[in-house]
Ligand binder design. Structure first.
Ligand code: DP6
Length: 332
């Protein structure tokens, strides 16, 4: 009753920010993302009678308490429920990038946990079932990491959430020249999680209604832009959608300002590089890291320029990546 899965992180081009159902993790708006080839989580799950509690070891540290542990146990309970098993589990998980710094670690983490966990429990889920499960306890955006390439998480309308899952808009090889440069400007764990942040935004930001209206339009533009490989439209739409989301965050009470000085420096740099003819766009999640959307031909130039910005600690160059997969390389 042991299995291991690897799942890639995804970065939203059209963001998910706000829930209509907090228990089932159902979004207020549909979102679009790119699954990335270089940022991943590997997770081994073993259910066994020998365990007298669920054990979670994340990046070599056992979690003894806190939100992450609670979410993981809730997820294991769901897996036990759908598989009809009672055994407790040991879970060992590793990210190849900083956890909880706004790099979508929870998305790849909960996708890997869902795939490894269900397999270890003897269940084979299809992509839709996996996506519905992955979003249920940990991270809504995990629904999107269950699919490779260019992905839409359908908002859905049903109360039970059975029509809110991720589908592929296009596979990774549809647009192999597209790149996402992930800059790491801070590895400090953020103070307010996405879950708490979006809840506060929905309740208090006067901008939230406007966000929802704009996000619905952005989603249509993005889907078309991706299918037509229209780089300008994809970049512009992603950038403005990100800024709209951050406008709702900044106007939340108390204010959610995830940006650091280097975040802002990269924003200004991208805008001025673009004025000079180097076409690139930025997007930022609930954290300080900036992701730059560009084409393969411009990567060397952009990398050189980014390395000249003092606060940039690391640059990870990502291409469109595949969906989750099982492996025999167990972590214990
Ligand atoms: C800003 O999926 O981490 O990255 O569902 O509450 O766990 P919960 O939130 P999560 O939020 C992601 C928010 C975002 C935008 C996005 O990825 O769409």
């Amino acid at each position: 009753m042991k299995a291991t899965a690897i799942a890639n992180a995804n970065i939203a081009l059209i963001k998910y920010w706000g829930k209509r159902d907090e228990k089932l993790i159902l979004p207020n708006n549909g979102s679009v993302s790119l699954t990335l080839d270089k940022l991943n989580t590997i997770t081994t799950v073993e259910f066994d009678k020998k365990y007298d509690k669920d054990i979670l070891i994340l990046d070599d540290q056992e979690l003894k308490e806190g939100e992450e542990l609670e979410k993981a146990i809730k997820h294991l309970d769901l897996i036990r429920e759908i598989s009809g098993i009672k055994e407790l589990a040991k879970v060992v998980s590793k990210n190849n990038f900083p956890t909880a710094a706004g790099l979508a670690s929870s998305a790849s983490g909960f996708t890997a946990l869902s795939l490894a966990g269900t397999k270890a429990a003897g269940k084979d889920l299809d992509q839709k079932e996996l996506s519905i499960l992955a979003r249920r306890s940990g991270s809504g955006s995990a629904a999107r990491s269950c699919v490779g390439g260019f992905v839409e998480w359908l908002k859905g309308g049903k109360e039970d959430g059975t029509d809110s899952y991720a589908v592929q808009i296009a596979p990774p090889n549809h647009w192999p020249e597209l790149r996402m440069l992930t800059t790491i400007v801070s590895t400090v764990k953020k103070k307010v999680s996405s879950t708490a942040g979006m809840d506060l935004t929905v309740k208090t930001s006067p901008m939230y209604k406007a966000w929802l209206a704009a996000a619905a339009e952005d989603l249509e533009k993005m889907r078309k832009g991706v299918l037509n490989k229209d780089f300008k439209s994809v970049g512009k739409t992603a950038e403005s959608n990100c800024l709209n989301m951050h406008a709702t965050m900044i106007t939340t009470h108390p204010s959610l300002i995830y940006w650091m000085p280097t975040t802002l420096e990269i924003i200004h740099s991208v805008l001025s590089w673009r004025d000079q003819g180097l076409e690139c766009y930025f997007t930022i999640d609930a954290g300080p890291q900036v992701k730059i959307i560009c084409l393969e031909k411009d990567v060397p130039e952009l990398e050189k320029k980014l390395k000249n910005i003092k606060g940039v600690k690391k640059i990870i160059i990502c291409k469109p990546g595949g969906g989750p997969r099982l492996t025999d390389n167990h972590l214990f």
